[in-house]
Design a protein around this ligand. Structure first.
Ligand SMILES: Nc1ncnc2c1ncn2[C@@H]1O[C@H](COP(=O)(O)OP(=O)(O)OP(=O)(O)O)[C@@H](O)[C@H]1O
Length: 877
């Protein structure tokens, strides 16, 4: 290998100077970053805000007294003179107020005080209390607009309400578009601001025959439906998507291939045989390609089976069997470098062919309002300006390059062979796959060796390799090999950034994609939480649970719009999930009337879990009414405007319940918590409620049989004993993990070792701030109200003179629908369960509905609206 010599630098002196300059620059940078500098700058800004405010306000009363003096002395006032002024802030106040109000923007100059105040507060407290960007926008737009408005309104007044700028603009506009035009422009500007800020809806009164209901759609509408939307948005791009998806899959393969070969080149040089794969070579030649990626809506691109296939194509495909070496040849170790990232196949894509009847009725001309009603409903439009978090909010934690010392590999290989030989176990072949935390040595024993013998030697091999965390997989499911996982001396952190930057994640067709970590073969483990459908997570303290929960939450925040997903966060430890408070109005759900959206109190947890059960029942009612089997079908129908919102239908967001420290809840509330959790886990999958439950005490009294039976997907970080490992995974192994995010996931009947993606608290902070700073909903997503039965019973009899304000509305609703359902009242009148129940009891007392019939709806005793009206009249309504 050629040795490169460094060129001698002639300009050493210059370099020295440059270096010094650079050092100084670094120091200045440090100073600017220093928290104390921020606090001092913040105090100065706050002081300026107060001084300006006092000077401006004083100017309102003293301007006429001081004006001559300011005109006469000008800026000299600032240099100290004997001139006495009336402004409370002295000559400085008189001058600055004159400059900004009289010569500047008039009373609009108060915005400058606000600006200094905001900057000052943010700097002083060291966090974004107010959005600076938003205030700069207000300042830029507000100064000219308010000054010209003040000039127009206060024209002829002695005081310069709009300042020189306002007067100048006013005069210009008057000559250009006249007084009326100017006033019109100002009015439109304010109106535009109101629309931009509050987005009020201006709807015309609906026609009585609603085109929304599915069965009411005329033939002409159906035709237009085809022509307008689905054909263009869903069907046509399908072909393109297929091609592009495949290309994207290739890119991943290409890059992975090249990366691994490069990583392992030195190993190859050092004499360990490296089997280079053809596909990697081809990939290397081809190089990366740039592809326009199109996110394909899950509906018509890849069906669930295909998604599962994608997920399941894993290690089994990544290795190719080769002819075993001869017995007496020296055993060479193959390092497996290339991993085919499964290329999605699109055979399963169903192309929906819509047949048009031969005799197509002549389309009737339809109005613009009708066309609008026929375009699909888009839930995203609620927060149309919402921006998904950008990848730059995440950091790279060290180099992602996996470095494995060839000497370490060779030593471990020899140790394994020698140890096994000591027990008379010969092997035919050994290969190694280097992962971020562990290296997997796969061995094929000589013919006739019983696998159980190797398994029994687990402790002996671990001892001879002098390493913690040896795990023996005998045999590796689906392969004829035995795996021995040995921790690497040098471990690589898997940054969340690389996981989320992966094309496979970005283009994932999953409903709730989560990027959990990297497998040993360095492929990213990305799964659909919706198909898990619930996740149990356990691990001793400090082994990576909280980081794991954050990785899951962050994955979802990067992929979902606030209208599509809500979290219910339960945090008995009170500190772990508190960070997500900032996204309350975007992504969190809570009980009505609750202050805090992160639930920490056990009693409130019980209420919330029961409220989720009610939400689940309500959703099932909606699905039943809509004739849908699951949330996907339901939302598709709703988006296609085939479900009438007047009948209580609405777009249903996914709800993910996260419980950090389940043990604490079970200890304090026992069955009260276990029962609703078990009920949700059993039934909630179809209606889009998914549970993630974490605990550091995976004992049988915490993770009971009922809980376990309903959580098929489980994650174990390092636990303290084999028994704990069995409790969580039904098998040992988690006690052998090495901590710091090293984990085993049991999913779809497979047990996979992963290095969990790492996302640090400051990164999560940045992400939630990025989301929290954007316009959100008026409140968190409200769960149905829950009142426990004892409270309900204590309500007693009602006095009909003391009716609920919505009594009449509820009565009309029940009579017109002829269904005595409490959940109907709840949905249509947007009420909590408690109040709806109370209304139903009042309706019973008034003789409008029959008595409670358990799970069946009550009978409606009043049959027509006219009868009801008579009854209401009699009651004095
Ligand atoms: N995936 C990871 N990659 C690298 N380091 C990690 C990873 N996960 C955790 N760690 C390290 O382990 C430390 C503890 O992790 P974490 O706070 O998630 O543990 P925990 O299981 O939630 O503990 P506790 O139960 O006490 O809250 C982290 O501060 C970090 O240094």
């Amino acid at each position: 290998m050629a040795v490169k010599t460094k060129p001698v630098n002639k300009n050493t002196k210059q370099t020295g100077e440059l270096k010094q300059e650079k050092e100084e620059a670094v120091e200045v940078k440090e100073l600017l970053k220093d928290e104390r500098t921020h606090k001092i700058a913040g105090s100065i800004c706050l002081l300026l805000a107060i001084l300006f405010f006092i000077a401006f306000t004083s100017y309102l009363f003293t301007w006429d007294e001081d004006q001559d003096k300011v005109f006469k002395e000008g800026y000299k006032l600032l240099l100290g003179t004997d001139t006495k002024v009336a402004n409370l802030m002295g000559t400085f106040g008189a001058f600055i107020a004159h400059l900004l109000i009289y010569k500047g923007f008039g009373v609009a100059s108060y915005l400058i005080c606000t600006f200094f105040f905001i900057i000052g507060i943010n700097l002083f407290f060291g966090k974004k209390v107010f959005s600076v960007l938003r205030n700069i926008k207000y300042l830029i737009v507000g100064l000219p607009l308010l000054s010209i408005t003040a000039s127009v309104i206060m024209q002829g007044n002695d005081f310069a309400w709009g300042g020189a700028v306002g007067d100048m603009c006013r005069d210009y506009f008057y000559s250009a578009i006249g007084k009326i035009g100017t006033i019109g422009c100002i009015a439109v500007a304010f109106f535009a601001y109101v629309i931009w800020r509050f987005n009020p809806s201006f709807s015309l009164p609906q026609k009585s025959t609603s085109p929304l209901a599915e069965n009411d759609l005329p033939a002409a509408s159906l035709h237009i439906d085809n022509a307008l939307e689905p054909a263009e948005t869903n069907e046509t791009p399908l072909v393109n998507n297929d091609e592009e998806k495949t290309s994207t899959g290739n890119i991943v393969t290409d890059n992975a291939g090249i990366l691994n070969i490069q990583n392992l080149a030195p190993v190859f040089d050092d004499g360990i045989e490296l089997t280079e794969r053809d596909d990697a070579a081809v990939a290397e030649k081809r190089g990366p390609r740039i592809v326009n990626t199109v996110i394909i809506p899950p509906k018509k691109t890849i069906n669930e089976a295909a998604a599962d296939d994608l997920l399941n194509e894993g290690i089994a495909e990544n290795y190719e069997q080769e002819t075993p070496a001869f017995d007496d040849a020296p055993i060479e170790m193959e390092i497996i470098p290339v991993h085919k990232t499964p290329t999605p196949t699109f055979d399963d894509i169903q192309l929906e062919v819509k047949t048009v009847p031969e005799e197509v009725p002549t389309p009737q001309p339809i109005s613009a309002a009708e066309v609008k009603a026929l375009t699909p409903y888009d839930p995203i439009l609620d927060l149309r300006d919402y921006k998904y978090p950008v990848i730059d909010l995440l950091e790279n934690h060290g180099s992602e390059k996996i470095v494995q010392d060839p000497q370490e590999l060779e030593n471990n290989k020899n140790q394994i062979i020698t140890t096994l030989k000591n027990y008379d176990i010969d092997i035919q072949r050994i290969s190694a796959t280097v992962g971020p935390t562990v290296t997997l040595y796969e061995i094929i024993p000589a013919a006739g060796v019983r696998i159980s013998r190797i398994k029994n030697l687990e402790d002996d091999i671990a001892l001879s390799l002098a390493a913690l965390g040896i795990r023996i997989i005998a045999p590796i499911p689906g392969k004829g090999t035995i795996g021995i996982e040995v921790p690497n001396t040098k471990k690589t952190i898997v940054s969340m950034r690389t996981m989320l930057d992966d094309e496979k994640f970005k283009n994932s067709p999953f409903a709730l994609p989560i990027a959990i970590g990297k497998r040993i073969d360095n492929t990213n483990f990305i799964v659909d939480l919706a198909s898990m459908p619930h996740l149990l997570m356990a691990g001793a303290t400090g082994q990576g649970k909280s980081v794991g929960l954050n990785a899951i939450l962050v994955s979802l925040l990067y992929k979902k719009h606030p209208s599509q997903l809500k979290f219910v966060l339960v945090d008995p430890k009170k500190v772990e999930l508190n960070i997500y408070k900032a996204i309350e109005k975007h992504f969190l759900a809570k009980l009505p009337g609750e202050e805090d959206s992160i639930i920490t109190d056990t009693k409130k947890v019980v209420h919330t879990l029961n409220a989720l059960c009610i939400e689940m029942d309500n959703r099932y009612d909606l699905l039943k009414e809509a004739g849908c089997r699951n949330i996907r079908e339901y939302n598709e129908k709703f988006v296609a405007r085939k479900l009438n919102p007047e009948k209580g239908h609405q777009f249903l967001p996914f709800i993910v319940l996260v419980v950090d420290e389940f043990a604490d809840l079970i200890m304090t509330a026992g069955k009260e918590v276990e029962m609703p959790i078990a009920r949700l886990a059993q039934l909630a999958r179809a209606i889009g409620i998914h549970l993630i439950i974490a605990t550091q005490r995976p004992s049988v009294n915490i993770i009971t049989g009922t809980i376990k039976a309903n959580f098929p997907a489980r994650i174990a970080f390092k636990v303290s004993s084999k028994i704990d490992s069995r409790t969580i995974l039904d098998t040992g192994g988690a006690e052998q993990l090495i901590g710091k995010g090293d984990m085993l996931i049991s999913y779809n009947g497979e047990l996979v070792r992963l290095q969990c993606a790492f996302v640090d608290t400051p990164e999560v902070d940045k992400i939630v701030d990025f989301i929290g700073d954007q316009r959100g909903y008026a409140d968190a997503f409200l769960l149905p109200e829950y009142v426990d039965e004892k409270e309900m019973e204590s309500r007693g009899d009602f006095d009909l003179n003391n009716k609920d304000a919505l009594f009449e509305d509820a009565a009309r609703l029940i009579v017109s629908s002829q269904s005595g359902s409490t959940s109907l009242i709840q949905r249509r009148l947007k009420l909590g369960y408690n109040r709806a129940g109370r209304l139903m009891d009042q309706l019973e007392a008034a003789g409008i509905v029959g008595p409670n019939q358990g799970s069946k709806v009550r009978d409606v005793l009043v049959k027509t609206d006219a009868d009801l009206q008579m009854l209401l009249n009699d009651m004095g309504n």
